[in-house]
Design a protein around this ligand. Structure first.
Ligand code: SAH
Length: 260
């Protein structure tokens, strides 16, 4: 048997990605491990209904943080995982999307490594893949983009510290996670570094869920349109000429949510 197909082991931490939002976009392995866990330590943003898969006698601990409100400091959280594993529990550390993409999964399992705690990693559908699919915006396309870059738009000290010249190169798609707060600066920098103000840009809020909203604009108008439409986190920004394909390829209409 492939070792990763074994039932969950006592004293092990499973770092599990829950995908972009819809429960059935979670992997079969993630679903199984959640059902076997003694304790699930989870973020705020996880697949809708994932906790309903827990055994009745299992414990759920929310360590969720929103951008400005770090409920559990990262080092405390790392040590919590160590403690739970040392108590002999089957521990699932459940995150949104993929645990190795802007998920601090690396930091958590580095601590486990240092303490000699066994761990496994279960990948998930990252928000970029989920949002792109459900917004009908292919991230690569032979006529549009041969490169795709994932960047964080999270502001540190009021500025986004990124290699703007690289992000403004043509023939690529750039996806910004956590970009809503810094959207004005992101669009401004991309234009300053050479992209036309008319370069297509989109926002996908709550991608892949029933609450998905998609806004299509360009670099010049995106910030004000986001404000007008009242779009908030969790949202992903997609910049590139692939965004123009949305007009033809948008196939998903959430049944009970207005289009922007
Ligand atoms: N590890 C996660 C990302 C965590 S960072 C992953 O791989 O997807 C959190 C950011 O991800 C949010 O601020 C938002 O930019 C993005 N995000 C996560 N889920 C999303 C969703 N369903 N729709 C839009 N953006 C999402």
């Amino acid at each position: 048997m492939n070792p990763t197909q074994r039932p969950a082991q006592a004293g092990t931490v499973y770092l599990v990605g829950s995908g972009p939002g819809a429960l059935d976009l979670m992997t079969v392995r993630a679903t199984r491990l959640i059902g076997e866990a003694d304790v699930v330590v989870h973020d705020h943003l996880i697949a809708d209904g994932a906790l309903s898969l827990l055994r009745n006698d299992a414990q759920a601990i929310c360590v969720g943080k929103k951008a400005s409100n770090h409920t559990v400091p990262q080092n405390e959280l790392n040590l919590l995982l160590v403690r739970l594993a040392r108590e002999g529990k089957k521990v699932v550390r459940l995150k949104g999307g993929d645990p190795f993409i802007f998920g601090r999964g690396g930091e958590e399992i580095e601590t486990l490594f240092e303490f000699g705690i066994p761990f496994e990693v279960v990948p998930g559908v990252t928000a970029a893949a989920g949002c792109a699919a459900y917004a009908g915006i292919p991230l690569t396309h032979r006529e549009h983009a041969q490169t795709v870059t994932f960047a964080t738009g999270h502001l540190k000290d009021g500025s986004v510290d990124l290699d703007w010249s690289a992000l403004a190169r043509p023939k690529q798609t750039v996806v910004f996670y956590m970009g809503i707060g810094g959207i004005g600066e992101i669009c401004r920098q991309l234009i300053v570094h050479g992209l036309p103000a008319t370069h297509p840009a989109a926002v996908v809020q709550n991608g892949s869920s029933e609450r998905q909203r998609v806004l299509i604009a360009d670099l010049a108008t995106l910030p004000e349109q986001i404000e007008k439409a009242g779009l908030t986190s969790p949202a992903l920004i997609i910049v590139g000429t692939v965004v123009s394909l949305h007009r033809k390829l948008a196939w998903y209409q959430p049944s009970n949510w207005p289009r922007v």
